[in-house]
Design a protein around this ligand. Sequence first.
Ligand code: SAH
Length: 443
Amino acid sequence: MKPNLIIFDFDGVLVNTQEAVNKIEWQYLSQHGMKMTFAHFAKKFSGATAFSIIEALKKKKNITLSKSSGQFAEEIDEIVLTKLSSQKIEAFAGVKKVLQNLPFKKCVASNCSLRILRILLTTSTLLAYFNSNIFSADMVRRPKPYPDLFLFAAHSMGVEPGQCLVIEDSVVGIKAAVAAGMKAWGFLGGHHFKSETADQLLKYGAERTFAKMNNLVNLLNKENTMLTSSANESDFSWQRMNMVKSQIELRGIKDKRVLKSMKMVPRHLFVPDGLKDRAYTDSPLPIGYEQTISQPYIVAFMCEAACISPQEKVLEIGTGSGYQAAVLSLLAQKVYTIEIVVSLGKLAQEHLEDLGYKNVHVKIGDGYSGWPEHAPYDAILITAAAEKVPQPLIDQLTVNGRLIMPLGSGYDQQLVRFIKTKTGLKKELLGPVLFVPFQRDPL
Ligand code: SAH
């Protein structure tokens, strides 16, 4: 029997904390000039990280800060932590018995910071049931890195995603679990649960819902679904790990962050339905409109060559399926991507949104002129071959910025890395490649 894992979204599903957290955050932000009623605040930001709350408030000009969002978020987390430590937190009825009797491995994966998770577990006296199996937003990427968080948790616990069951109380959580290739059950009682979303939990892929935590063990014993199904998803993640090992790592890609991102992004969700069983083979695949999703090795190679660090901004020309943008989104702070084929661009945008890659922004149009509104970029990746580097893209690169692109046409193409210096462009040839042509007129 394969090992199995149950993932709980902690704050909403297991403990009555959300309102307490919301109150502390609201009070603190109100002192810093935020004008919003508590009810509105709680409705809008329940379950969000401090960092994403601040980013959203800043965008709407609802708050001005004298320090960076990161520093401010840490400060809020600290306050929440201190205040919560002095409160007694109530776990949902029956939850301890459930945790004690679960016939599976278990872990917590929640979209808040590790420090807060720990304090919630401690004050609700649930820590002992999870030991160190605690996974939080700051272990992957902000903001709301849901599918990645679940995949990361499964990977760390040594369990295939297809053998995981996620217990979630929100639509966004269910969507994320499904996107991660996991089973999901909806809990009708957590803090992110609203009665009108019960049907939606099912609609977005919850296999079933249940209302009482202390029924969970019985339900699991009755339905042995976990042990039997999901062969496909489990296969996919197995194939993905193999792909990274044999096609990417053994061919010389060393960057740990690139390898990890390639392990996390479910490529089979970016290829057309009929081709899913070829999603992890060593080749590009057609995605319609005479375009292709790039070969996994090339995606990894370009990402490594771009030397992206976590706080950087990246522009991709040629969104295609959106796969490479998803990989980039785990490496960079923000990803902007442009696709010239309208239908492809729209589909990619939907996929990226559904899968929770919130730091990717898709634009439909000719990438030749770049996206000046968000320039300059630390790295630019062009995924279609052109004879010359588009000048507007060079203009939109920072000094020390890297631009990676296939230069040439037909079967005569070289992957090239340009590095912008104060005095001009430095050019390095990285090897022969075969990409679809860069186009100028929208199809
Ligand atoms: N990165 C993609 C690979 C896409 S293939 C992935 O991971 O799936 C190259 C893409 O570039 C095609 O979708 C093509 O339509 C697009 N493209 C070609 N010329 C373009 C241009 N001038 N501006 C934006 N996109 C372009």
